[in-house]
Structures are given as structure tokens and as C-alpha cells.
Ligand binder design. Structure first.
Ligand code: RP5
Length: 282
């Protein structure tokens, strides 16, 4: 299945009550002239307050202490894009997919790519006798989904790669925090969770690395991710996990995979990639 990226299907109402400038589908690509384009300029106050995960406001600062090194590894911050070299226009990166109706960073901390990692954790759906359930001759998958606290949408329990962290550490950390509530576990429980995850996440298959059609994207800041599939073929491993929603997840559940899943951002597409990889029912 080909991946198609859009920016025009994102809701006009941005999280936090700001409204994007509406961009018609045919005006999304930068290659199309659009003299009437007046994007709203928005960066959330939370981002401007300079938490550790946010860059300085380089459009306003005459001389930022140390210029950001776009399209490269900038100290501990990876500013390279999976999409190739992105352009810098008027000091700031330009979304490689097209116009979003908003300039600034919105809710995102980094100018340019904001890197995330997404673990698609799967097992086969089984009936009471333990036999695999099939649909149209193909086995049915289940995956661990979380309900996001911000939009309320169901999603893969992924998260941002923090400066200096690796994708594989982020995959484990985010799954532990969002699906197993490791943040609120006792030291002994934490040790067990870590042991479990290290074992279960020992071998994963990379499904995707690239742009995410995330509702927070702007013309100057966008989400990218690396997606891995961790699959429990026997049903013996992951089934023992005690799923408890934690961190910014409002709920967590093993969820049957099918074509009607309406997940957050590009997550239905990522789950579909796992389905194709496992030759499962859709
Ligand atoms: C999505 O946002 C990614 O695919 C990932 O699942 C998520 C990371 O952001 P947070 O969940 O940390 O907000 O674009």
C-alpha cells in the first residue's frame, strides 16, 4: 500500500482552540502558487516557556546563543528528516509535505522534524479453546492501543524521542509508561516491567520511518516516527502483561485489528503495515 501524506485533512480547529487558515487540497503543495495564503502564526505558550524539549524562538531572537544545525545531528538533538533534506525559508524549516494553514511550532517543541517512536505490539486473536480466529481465511491480529489524553483518539502507545535517547530505548520507555503505567510502579514492579519489556522487545521488525500526519503539524514543525512491530506468535509472552494506562494515556486495551479502525494521525496506516507484514486479516 502506498503511503500518501496530507496536510489538508487535519481539523481546522487546532488543539488549544486556535483555528488554522483553511488550505484547499489542490493548494497544499508548495509548488502551487497561492498568493492568498495567510497562515495563522501560533506557538503554544507552553512551548514558548522553553521546557527542555523546546527550541528557542529563532524567528524573534536576533542571534540565538548557538544557531540550530538543521538537517543534521545537532548535539543530542536529531534534526535530520527521514524525508530527505528539508528547506529553510526565512530562517525556519519548511514542512516537506506542504501547507498546513499554520506557521510557528503550534504544540511542537522542535523546529523541523520532531522525532517519535511507535511500537505496534501484536498477538493473534484466539477463541476459548486457544485456536486462532480467522476472517476470510486469514488470522486476525490484536494490538495494544491506548486512548490519548489530549484528543481522546485511540492510538499506538508511542512517544517522542528525547534528546540523546535512541529509538529502541524510546519504544520500550513509552510502552512501559503508557501501557503498563511504569511511572507509578514500585521499584520491584518497575524491575519486573523492565525485565518483561526487555525480553519481549528483544526482536522487532521495522515497518516504517517517515512523516506522520499528526494534527499538531505546522508549516515549520512536524512529526516523524519509526514504527516497529513486536509480535507474540505463541500468545504466551505479551498475554502475561498487566495492561494499565499511565502517563498521558487515558485507557489501554488489546484491540482487534480491522479496516474500520479510526486511529490517531497515521496510526491506522502503521497498523495496516503490521497486518501486511504478518499476512493477517484486515
Ligand atoms: C505521533 O505522536 C507519533 O506517531 C507518536 O505516536 C506520537 C508522539 O507524540 P506524543 O504521544 O508523545 O504526544 O505523531
Amino acid at each position: 500500500m502506498a503511503t500518501t501524506f496530507t496536510t489538508h485533512r487535519q481539523p481546522l480547529e487546532y488543539l488549544g482552540g486556535v483555528r488554522r487558515f483553511p488550505v484547499p487540497e489542490d493548494k497544499t503543495p508548495w509548488s502551487v502558487d497561492y498568493p492568498g495564503y495567510h497562515p495563522v502564526d501560533y506557538t503554544a505558550p507552553r512551548v514558548l516557556s522553553r521546557p527542555v524539549w523546546a527550541d528557542p524562538d529563532i524567528r524573534k531572537e536576533e542571534e540565538p546563543e548557538k544557531p540550530l544545525q538543521f538537517n543534521s545531528l545537532d548535539g543530542k538533538v536529531d534534526r535530520k528528516s527521514h524525508m530527505g533534506t528539508y528547506q529553510i525559508m526565512d530562517k525556519v524549516p519548511r514542512n516537506p509535505v506542504g501547507r498546513t494553514g499554520m506557521i510557528g511550532r503550534g504544540l511542537l517543541g522542535r523546529w523541523g522534524p520532531n522525532h517519535a517512536a511507535d511500537p505496534v505490539v501484536t498477538r493473534w486473536k484466539r477463541d476459548g479453546s486457544g485456536a486462532r480466529v480467522e476472517r476470510e481465511g486469514k488470522p486476525v491480529l490484536e494490538f495494544v492501543a491506548v486512548r490519548r489524553g489530549d484528543t481522546g483518539a485511540w492510538a499506538i502507545p508511542g512517544g517522542m524521542v528525547e534528546a540523546g535517547d535512541t529509538v529502541s530505548a524510546t519504544l520500550k520507555k513509552e510502552f512501559g509508561e503508557e501501557a503498563l503505567n511504569s511511572l507509578e510502579a514500585t521499584d520491584e514492579e518497575k524491575r519486573k516491567i523492565e525485565e518483561h519489556i526487555n525480553h519481549l522487545f528483544k526482536s522487532g521488525d521495522k515497518l516504517y520511518a517517515g512523516y506522520v500526519d499528526d494534527p499538531r503539524n505546522t508549516d515549520n514543525a512536524w512529526m516523524e516516527t519509526v514504527v516497529f512491530n513486536f509480535h507474540d506468535d505463541s500468545g504466551e509472552g505479551f498475554s502475561k502483561l498487566n495492561l494499565v494506562a499511565g502517563d498521558d494515556a487515558a485507557a489501554v486495551a488489546w484491540t482487534e485489528v480491522h479496516s474500520g479502525l479510526g486511529l490517531y494521525a497515521s496510526h491506522s496506516h502503521f497498523v495496516r503495515l503490521a497486518v501486511e507484514h504478518r499476512k493477517a486479516a484486515w
